[in-house]
Design a protein around this ligand. Structure first.
Ligand SMILES: [Zn+2]
Length: 184
């Protein structure tokens, strides 16, 4: 989408769900457009976001202090980064992807593949108990949300169109992850 398209979307902002607003704002930032009309207050009202804030060792105020605004919007409020915007979308090094909030090891590079969707995609998490699954009916869709089992932060979603016998595609925000290379 070009700058004009994004500005058109901004004019529709009040009608766009909050998660979508985050995507548009992220894209606007990426192309250097600033808008004073729409600012995040950090007071998310989504059920998922509220549920997230009720668990984990850190309070919401802690997370706001510890995370950048972009990471906070994704990890603690369930936003989604713009496709192809994240540093791990097209990234092929050997190592471990850790939770961007708490540092737990979540995904291994061996399971990463290029799904062509613009987000880092994995066939499975690093372990069975590494992530938790939650029904997400926001944005007019029924999806399965994936969160970090250790700190309950939002990571992305899992879909049933992946390769291999399990057929899973874990579609994860780059900003929800930190990559640690394997030491050679
Ligand atoms: Zn975590």
């Amino acid at each position: 989408m070009d700058g004009n398209g994004l500005m058109n979307m901004v004019s529709l902002m009040p009608t766009i769900p909050r998660r979508r607003q985050a995507i548009v704002l992220h894209a606007l930032k990426a192309i250097g457009v600033r808008s004073r009309r729409f600012t995040f207050t950090g007071n998310a009202c989504y059920t998922n976001a509220v549920a997230m804030k009720q668990t984990g060792n850190n309070t919401d105020a802690d997370w706001q202090r510890l995370l950048s605004p972009e990471r906070y919007a994704i990890l603690r409020e369930g936003a989604t980064e713009a496709p192809f915007s994240g540093e791990y979308a097209q990234f092929d090094e050997q190592g471990t992807y850790r939770c961007g909030a708490c540092g737990a090891a979540l995904f291994l590079s061996d399971t990463k593949y290029d799904a062509g969707c613009g987000w880092p995609s994995f066939t499975s998490p690093a372990g069975e108990d590494t992530v938790t699954y939650h029904t997400d009916t926001s944005a007019g869709m029924q999806r399965t949300e994936v969160r970090c089992a250790a700190c309950n932060s939002h990571l992305g979603h899992v879909f049933n169109d992946g390769p291999g016998s399990a057929g899973k595609r874990y579609c994860i925000n780059s900003l929800a992850l930190n990559f640690t290379p394997t030491e050679l």
